[in-house]
Ligand binder design. Structure first.
Ligand code: COA
Length: 261
């Protein structure tokens, strides 16, 4: 049994994944990188789940990034390509997740850990959180694929500062730069992320998915978005029983009970 793992907790309509390798500040080893795509897919396939929360176990770190102690073996020479592939698959699984994702960040959020947080839709950080992509301090070639999630959050100039300097940023600076959306007291991170997730989970799932797909497609392909697909997704909302339920609940002055169809 390897040291690190990703724990899974079901909480009603919320699925919570936590990086757990606390002796190494939740650094992600190959076992954890490999496990993530399957765990994201399992949440996508589970009709009960409407929102994913991604977090770090304990209060010291979201994740201090890739587990450097493995690098001699798993990330040198030609093995580095395989390692990058594992990283890519984990980032892709999270950033293309069909359901909304929220990163709940306490403590260190470095390197691949920050990348994973950036692959989530929303980020809630504790006031004591620290952010960095220290690839240049280790001589790591920062794969160009990983720049996209960063550029979805910050401007090109800010991305260059983060990548060129490998500097560390506190939560307030991270919010100013666009790395995180909300900063709260450290002890409130879990509850704030959960409330955010519950709010999203109570809304009409098809409408939420349409919004997510729309934002992602327009960000990825601003000049020529796939309007046909986006219009199909929008129409699916209007054709849904949930749209009827939303109007009925409004007329009856009660909270809607959405089913995602
Ligand atoms: N991989 C493997 N082990 C890591 C790690 C990582 N990314 N980050 C931290 N650890 C381990 C440390 O080696 C240390 O282990 P030890 O107690 O056996 O010596 C333990 O976690 C605690 O880390 P420590 O450095 O003592 O904590 P700190 O609070 O002084 O500093 C950091 C925290 C995050 C600033 C520092 O650990 C660090 O710079 N880590 C590397 C971050 C990094 O470069 N990530 C990108 C990798 S591509």
């Amino acid at each position: 049994m390897p040291d690190g793992r990703i724990t899974v907790r079901a909480d009603g309509r919320i699925r919570r994944l936590a990086f757990d390798n606390q002796a190494r500040l939740n650094a992600l080893n190959t076992h954890m990188w490999s496990a993530l795509p399957g765990l994201v897919r399992a949440a996508e396939d589970d009709d009960e789940v409407r929102v994913l929360i991604v977090t770090g176990a304990g209060d010291k770190a979201f994740s201090a990034g890739a587990d450097i102690s493995e690098f001699d073996q798993a990330r040198s020479g030609t093995a580095s390509q395989n390692y990058d592939r594992l990283n890519n698959e984990a980032f892709d699984a999270l950033s293309s997740c069909a359901k909304p994702t929220v990163a709940a960040i306490r403590g260190y959020c470095f390197g691949g850990g920050l990348e994973l947080a950036l692959c989530c839709d929303l980020r809630v950080a504790g006031a004591g959180a620290q952010f960095s992509i220290p690839a240049v301090k280790l001589g790591i070639g920062f794969n160009a694929r990983w720049i996209r999630p960063l550029l979805n959050a910050v401007t090109p100039a800010v991305a260059k500062e983060i990548l060129f300097t490998g500097g560390r940023y506190g939560a307030v600076d991270a919010a100013r730069m666009g790395l995180v959306g909300r900063v709260v007291g450290d002890e409130l991170v879990g509850e704030t992320a959960r409330e955010l997730a519950l709010t999203i989970a109570a809304n009409a799932p098809l409408s939420v998915v349409a919004a997510k797909r729309g934002v992602d497609e327009l960000a990825r392909n601003p000049a020529a978005p796939d309007w046909t697909d986006l219009e199909r997704i929008t129409q699916a909302c209007f054709d849904s029983a949930d749209y009827e339920e939303g109007r009925r609940a409004f007329a009856e002055k009660r909270a809607p009970m959405f089913k995602g169809r």
